[in-house]
Write a new protein. Structure first.
Lengths: 154, 738
């Protein structure tokens, strides 16, 4: 059976069983490899994408249940025209191995969209599902603060 | 990365046709000619670190970028001498080749090692080449590259200068490099690309003059790493992101009793599942090939299989009983044997550290294309030459028939020093000739088939006299990590005598102790063990420094002052970082409701002192602050060094809090992050890092942040609770905020 999903503004017909998680549709069928596989059990956050504007773990959402447009890390900016949040990540030299950072950025961008001036507690709460094995947390936090300050400056 | 072959062919063809030449720059001593992977024209003095052609300047960084910033720092070394902004360089990983061996791997970096000279120096550099040790590990990439990359850049600069003087018909002394161009006094200028063809005809100087440190423009500054933009935009390609036309997706299940057999195998239930193309027996396990990784993983669960017994004790207790038995043998290594150990040792304690997994965020994977005559493989790895030869052997090809591409690594920490995952991918690809196959391990497969940080035991004892350590004995037992390395490199499965990794972190510390014995005992255990960020120092620093802390309290001394009293007479830079961390943390003035511990370890050439602060939050303990002082000789990129140090400390703290790999029924019990908790945003402490730079060359930074973390935390917990934890993880003794 074929499913129709919208990813980063493009409609895709996907011919895979309906129980295949969105993560593996994105990576293996659509070649959108910016979204990462880390654990498969929603314990690490590496696969975070937006569905209908909400940050979700794409390893837990079946293809047949995708009911809104999907945005991945590739959809919020690219090397030539980076989103503000991506620019902040670069400017603060956040990434080490970088494997978790797509998920960190997608989770943080949802936080900032709903809460343009997050407190430390807000950041703790929003980001605690995203593991960074290299330990870039303090710089992730600083980058979130940097974006917030830029947004608040207008 | 992996595009080098294209450049190579073009440089070679264009160069040999002498139409629009390319040139490779070479410098420094070559003990004997090594095969040059870039196939230079005959008779030309070349080295494969820098290529100048019509596209500009390409720097070869033949080390794995696994988060430590090596791609940036190594390129910056060349950029400095080339007088080019870093961002104008092209950077390639390069192929596996003897010439890229890590010659710093075997050079001793203990505080009291004498810098080798003459034959000893030649030998220690030659051995990595002979054995093809193109290894990213041992916190040694910048140590190895510090002169090589600058020499290459300097040589390139001088030849380009000369080329410009020929073309512009002016004296070479009237040519000045600036911003990737050579300028004459009269204002005429030529880009390096424009000079490439002329440069190819000239002789490379043997010893270029290097810039003085005070003139550095690129080095010593915090740079934005070259991999930040791709990593922030999801465009960085890790091994797992390899996409090839008509590629298939596979997963493997190997005996969960590591090294055990597959006693029965019925693929039928999986073969009819959606997307499945093939189920392949691999002898000790199987692979499922499908049109989607998840479908392959689902089908792998459906295969009916039975596994034989494990070749090691089938419980954690059994494993540790075997480690304990190692104390009955004679020591494998005795790095310290000073004075008289016959007196009484009234203070004694036994310590224990668990097996640990690496748990890189990117699970093990590799993509391979086998054609019968050749194998092409894409795999994040720390050992491209070893990977090449092992994959070749696995599919009955010669190493030169195997092309290795090294994309970004989603974490290494030592795990990708063992290319078992690439060998499996090669075997899977052989069953699908002509079709590229990406073989990805599930997280569960990854965690249950690691090369674990060895479990370890310590028997410590000492005698205090007049508030000082009069005698100290440390007996340390664990399975030998060196054994696996020797097996991978030479094929012989023996524990070599003198495995320094058994005792590093204890047997090489700068303490003035008159009567001192440190002995390492190698346990014979078939459970795979390997290098885990900082290797032996990861457990031995916990044993050593926790016990030093016990002695300080026993002596009624301040823990920091006690350490200084023993370290100051032995090694000033080590004492300096201890003093520095005391100053940074305002040691002695702990805020109410908090407690602090200090720890120190000299590893990979770098002394590091850490202070950890903890607080009790309604019965659960939180780590609030960590101060780190380190002396990496020269900080080539201070912000990156800082990242490595706090990242290393977080790696050590996560393990100290919760990390433990256990065995039940011969199988690893932990299989995913819920069983293997790590520090997260809401539990990670605040970090303050300061660097001292007392040296004239860089020392290691990737690993030295890890060893002091566990003892500093344990010492802080003692200060908070009065309870001394002698076993990791500390969650066995305390309850932490999680």
């Amino acid at each position: 059976m074929s499913y129709s999903i919208t990813v980063n503004g493009t409609v895709h017909e996907v011919d895979l069983p309906g129980d295949v998680p969105l993560l593996w549709v994105l990576r293996d069928a659509l070649g959108l490899t910016g979204t990462k596989y880390g654990c498969g059990v929603a314990a690490c956050g590496a696969c975070t994408v937006h569905v209908g504007g909400e940050a979700i773990r794409s390893c837990q959402l079946a293809l047949e249940d995708v009911d809104a447009p999907v945005t991945t890390i590739e959809g919020i900016g690219d090397p030539a025209v980076m989103a503000l949040i991506q620019k902040a990540w670069v400017d603060l030299d956040v990434a080490q191995c970088g494997y978790c950072q797509s998920g960190q950025i997608m989770q943080a961008s949802e936080l900032l969209a709903n809460n343009p001036n997050p407190t430390d507690e807000d950041i703790d709460y929003a980001m605690q599902g995203n593991i960074c094995r290299c330990g870039s947390y303090t710089r992730v936090r600083a980058a979130i603060r940097l974006v917030a300050s830029m947004m608040n400056r207008g | 990365m992996g595009k080098l072959r294209t450049i190579t062919r073009r440089s070679f063809m264009v160069g040999s046709a002498a139409v629009a030449g390319g040139v490779l720059f070479g410098t420094y001593e070559v003990v004997r000619p090594r095969p040059n992977p870039l196939h230079p024209p005959e008779g030309t003095v070349l080295n494969p670190w820098i290529i100048v052609d019509q596209r500009g300047v390409t720097v070869i960084v033949p080390r794995a970028e696994m988060g430590q910033g090596v791609m940036t720092t190594l390129a910056a070394l060349a950029a400095e001498e080339l007088e080019m902004p870093l961002e104008t360089l092209r950077i390639e990983h390069g192929p596996p080749a003897q010439v890229y061996a890590n010659e710093a791997l075997l050079i001793g970096r203990n505080y009291d090692d004498v810098t080798p000279t003459g034959l000893a120096d030649t030998l220690s550099r030659a051995v990595p080449r002979i054995f093809g040790l193109q290894i990213t590990g041992g916190s040694s990439s910048t140590v190895d590259a510090f002169n090589k990359m600058r020499d290459a850049g300097g040589a390139a600069r001088e030849v380009l200068k000369l080329a410009a003087s020929h073309i512009l018909r002016v004296n070479v002394s009237d040519i000045t490099p600036a911003g990737g161009m050579m300028m004459a006094k009269d204002g005429r200028r030529l880009t390096y690309a424009e000079l490439a063809e002329q440069a190819a005809l000239l002789t490379v100087p043997k010893v270029p003059r290097l810039k003085k440190r005070k003139d550095w423009q690129v080095l010593g500054k915090s740079l934005i790493r070259v991999d930040q933009v791709p990593k922030a935009t999801g465009t960085a390609i890790y091994g797992i992101d390899t996409v090839l036309p008509d590629m298939r997706f596979a997963t493997v299940k190997i005996s969960p009793r590591l090294g055990g057999e597959m006693t029965s195998f019925n693929p039928a239930p999986a073969e009819t599942m959606p997307g499945v193309e093939k189920v392949i027996s691999l002898g000790n396990g199987f692979a499922v090939v499908a049109n989607n990784t998840w479908l392959a993983m689902q089908a792998a669960e459906a295969v009916e299989v039975n596994w034989g017994p494990a070749p090691y004790p089938d419980s954690t207790d059994g494993l540790f009983a075997q480690i304990e038995k190692a104390f009955d043998d004679k020591p494998n290594i005795t790095p310290r044997e000073l004075g008289d150990m016959s007196g009484e040792m009234p203070v004694s304690a036994n310590y224990k550290a668990p097996f640990l997994a690496h748990a890189t965020m990117e699970p093990m994977n590799a993509t391979a294309l086998y054609t019968g005559e050749a194998l092409e493989i894409w795999a994040g790895n720390q050992v491209p030459m070893m990977l090449q030869s092992q994959c070749a052997a696995a599919v009955d090809l010669k190493p030169e028939q195997v092309t290795v591409h090294t994309p970004f690594l989603g974490g290494g920490y030592g795990r990708r020093l063992v290319p078992d995952y690439a060998v499996l991918a090669a075997k899977v690809a052989r069953e699908m000739p002509g079709i590229p196959v990406k073989t990805t391990w599930s997280r569960e497969e990854d965690m249950r088939h690691d090369q674990y940080r060895p479990g370890a035991l310590a028997r410590m004892s000492a005698r205090l006299e007049n508030g000082r350590i009069a005698a100290l004995s440390a007996d340390l037992a664990s399975p030998s990590v060196m054994r696996g390395m020797v097996r991978d490199v030479t094929g012989f499965d023996v524990t070599p005598p003198g495995d320094l990794m058994l005792t590093e972190g204890a047997g090489n510390q700068p303490y003035a102790i008159e009567n001192l014995s440190v002995r390492g005992f190698a346990a014979d255990l078939a459970l795979p063990v390997g290098s885990w960020r900082s290797v032996g120092s990861s457990q031995n620093a916990f044993f050593w420094d926790s016990f030093i802390d016990e002695l300080a309290h026993e002596a009624g001394a301040d823990p920091l002052a006690f350490r200084l009293a023993h370290i100051r007479p032995e090694h000033a830079p080590s004492a300096d970082v201890l003093e520095k961390v005391g100053e940074m943390s305002d040691w002695g003035n702990t805020p109410a409701g908090r407690a602090r511990g200090v720890a120190f370890c000299h590893s990979f050439g770098t002394p590091v002192a850490e202070v950890v602060e903890v607080a009790d939050e309604d019965g659960d303990i939180r780590i609030t602050n960590v101060w780190i002082a380190a002396d990496p000789g020269i900080a080539l990129d201070p912000a990156n060094v800082e990242s490595q140090l706090f990242g290393g400390a977080i790696f050590g703290l996560s393990a100290a809090l919760w990390g433990e790999i256990t065995v039940e029924d011969g199988m690893i019990y932990e299989e995913n992050f819920p069983d293997y908790e790590l520090l997260r945003m809401h539990t990670v402490p605040r970090f303050i890092v300061e660097l001292l730079e007392s040296g004239d060359r860089p020392t290691g930074v990737g690993e030295p942040g890890t060893p002091p973390a566990a003892p500093a935390l344990a010492n802080a917990l003692f200060a908070l609770t009065g309870k001394r934890a002698r076993e990791l993880p500390l969650s066995k003794t305390f309850s932490f905020v999680s």
